[in-house]
Design a protein around this ligand. Structure first.
Ligand SMILES: [Zn+2]
Length: 120
C-alpha cells in the first residue's frame, strides 16, 4: 500500500516545528537577557549601595529595555538601503522593475517582489 501524505499529520508536524523554533528563540533571548542583566547588576553593585531587590529589578528592567531598543534599531536599519550610509556604493537597479535594490548583493526586490535566488 503506497504511503499517502496525511494533511492532519502534516499540519501537526509543522505546528511542532513552529513551536520548537519559537521555544528555542525564546530560550536564546532569555539567555541574552540574563547575561545582560548580570552585567548591569555587576555595574550597579560596583557603583551603588542599593539593596539586592532594587539592583535585581533594575538590572532585569534595564536589560529588557536595552534588548528591545537594539531590536528596534536593527529592524529600522535593515529597512534602509546601504547606499544611504556609504555613497561609494552605487544603487543597483532591479532587473525586473528598475527600482533600486537595498544592497548590491540583493537577490530579491522589495518593490516588485521579484526573486532571482535560484537563477545562476
Ligand atoms: Zn523589482
Amino acid at each position: 500500500m503506497p504511503k499517502q501524505s496525511n494533511p492532519v499529520r502534516n499540519f501537526f508536524a509543522w505546528l511542532g516545528l513552529l513551536i520548537t523554533v519559537g521555544v528555542l528563540g525564546l530560550l536564546l533571548w532569555l539567555i541574552a537577557l540574563g547575561a545582560l542583566a548580570g552585567l548591569v547588576y555587576l555595574g550597579l553593585s560596583l557603583c551603588t549601595d542599593w539593596n539586592f531587590v532594587a539592583k535585581l529589578a533594575t538590572s532585569i528592567l534595564a536589560s529588557f529595555i536595552i534588548l528591545k531598543v537594539l531590536g528596534l534599531v536593527s529592524d529600522v536599519f535593515d529597512l534602509l538601503p546601504e547606499w544611504w550610509f556609504d555613497p561609494r556604493k552605487k544603487p543597483t537597479p532591479c532587473p525586473h522593475c528598475g527600482k533600486n535594490l537595498r544592497t548590491a548583493l540583493a537577490q530579491q526586490c522589495r518593490h516588485c517582489g521579484a526573486d532571482w535566488h535560484s537563477e545562476p
